[in-house]
Design a protein around this ligand. Structure first.
Ligand code: NAD
Ligand code: MG
Length: 422
């Protein structure tokens, strides 16, 4: 097995680390700023970036005083610039997606938190990879869609890629020191086990799943997250995307990665070795733990997360996932086995279907149907350039929109959620 991770600790970590937070106004972005603020002697907030939420980014600029702020929406950036000037805040405001790419590659940035949601994060995350930054990867969709191309950019750019997804962060913590591989010693890894809470509908019948509303789907029992990943957790597509993510990060085939439902979300994932040992990482379900791990690595730094009380917890349960009620997991596993452009098509179709569900245009159970229809039509091709990735992404979106329109029953669904204001 080859672990696509830094083989040794980076030799030069600056005493003061400049951090750029992409997706700053979201759930991961806010948790990152919480951890960063606990270590003013170690980290400086150099840049903050988001889509269009002026009020939230303004408040963060006034609190953290970054050198740069960027909004992908140009009009929102104009508004932010005006409001910060009125507050006499010296943060320079940049506008548009290309500004995000420039910031990700800025020579003064050491660490990039890639926490934009969805395919929108690909460009800036790739820019950080090419520029050789330490990338804290929360934006799993960018890796899923660009696959080996992304890993090559990390390799060629000599970037350091550290997983933020709690499962992948746990696996990283349970893997042997990668210097073993450098010395040609076999690490003896048998398989990876990704844990999943099972989401809010773990015990919901197939027939009841039909009438699920966006509010119900976004009410995750263990984690507080953005809406898109919350719906992905409810369909188990999140675990499917994570399976693809794990196979790319740790260079394992999809057949060596199993998914295990663990409703308590305390064991964040496991690695099984050939001698029968299983190593697991445990902790309270709080994203500040993997964020602090990746920010400080190889040092351990405090995160603000409470100690796990094992006595109070008393029991940990595990069960197999149900592929019948949650077909998205099977679709993602099939795409992972297929490789090449299949994960990119799966990801794009899922983004379209989830947005339609949140908008009240598609039933919860139709999300998988739309993705399935797109994958059935998709002609798998190798992805050898970013253009090829974007071509598949655009094709799959168009195809998903056609299937969404033919599947939709707008009169039956209510309680849509505005996904655009984050
Ligand atoms: P969120 O919806 O709370 O936040 C998304 C952020 O992305 C916001 O700051 C938004 O402004 C920004 N954004 C959206 N579109 C953008 C665009 N076009 N240009 C620039 N910025 C844009 O999402 P989240 O829950 O923080 O998740 C972020 C990423 O982290 C996702 O890829 C998710 O899968 C991953 N992740 C999240 C968690 C979690 O606990 N929330 C856990 C593991 C992985
Ligand atoms: Mg996860």
């Amino acid at each position: 097995m080859s672990i696509a991770m830094p083989a040794t600790a980076p030799t030069k970590i600056p005493t003061m680390v400049n951090v750029a937070v992409f997706g700053a106004t979201g759930s991961i972005g806010q948790n990152t700023l919480d951890v960063v603020a606990r270590h003013p002697d170690r980290f400086t907030v150099f840049a903050l970036a988001a889509q269009r939420n002026v009020a939230a980014l303004k408040a963060q600029c006034l609190q953290y005083k970054p050198r740069f702020a960027a909004l992908a929406d140009p009009q929102a950036a104009v508004q932010l610039r005006k409001e910060l000037r009125e507050e006499r805040c010296s943060t320079e405001v940049l506008a548009g997606a290309s500004a995000l790419d420039e910031l990700a590659a800025h020579p003064d940035v050491h660490t990039v938190m890639a926490a934009i949601v969805g395919a929108a994060g690909l460009s800036s995350t790739l820019a950080a990879a090419r520029a050789g930054k330490r990338i804290l990867l929360a934006n799993k969709e960018s890796l899923v869609m660009s696959g080996k191309l992304f890993m090559q950019a990390v390799h060629h750019g000599k970037a350091h890629l550290l997983p933020i997804d709690s499962e992948h962060n746990a696996i990283f913590q349970c893997l042997p020191d990668t210097r073993l591989a450098a010395d040609n010693i076999q690490p003896g890894i048998k398989r990876l086990l990704l844990t999943a809470s099972g989401g809010p509908f773990l015990r919901t019948s197939s027939s009841a799943l039909h009438n699920i509303t966006p509010e119900q789907a976004c009410a995750h029992p263990r984690w507080i997250m953005g809406k898109k990943i919350s719906v992905d957790s409810a369909t188990l597509m999140n675990k499917g995307l994570e399976l693809i993510e794990a196979s790319l990060l740790f260079a394992m085939s999809a057949t060596q990665i199993d998914v295990l439902i663990h409703p308590q979300s305390i064991v964040h994932s496991l690695v099984e070795y050939v001698d029968g040992s299983m190593l697991a990482q445990l902790g309270n379900p709080d994203m500040r733990t993997p964020i602090a791990f990746a920010l400080g690595w190889p040092a351990r730094i405090t995160s603000g997360v409470e100690s796990l009380d094992l006595v109070q917890l008393s029991k940990l349960e595990f069960e197999a996932p149900d592929d019948i009620r949650f077909p998205c997991l099977r679709l993602a596993r099939d795409a992972a086995k297929c490789g090449d452009s299949a994960p990119a098509a799966l990801n794009a179709a899922n983004e379209v279907a989830v947005a339609a569900f949140l908008d009240g245009q598609l039933r919860f159970t139709e999300i998988a149907n739309v993705i399935d229809a797109v994958l059935q039509k998709h002609q798998v091709v190798p992805l050898d350039s970013l253009e090829a990735v974007m071509h598949v992404d655009a094709w799959a979106r168009e195809c998903a929109i056609k299937h969404r329109n033919s599947a939709s029953h707008p009169t039956v669904l209510s309680n849509s959620i505005d996904v655009r204001m984050i």
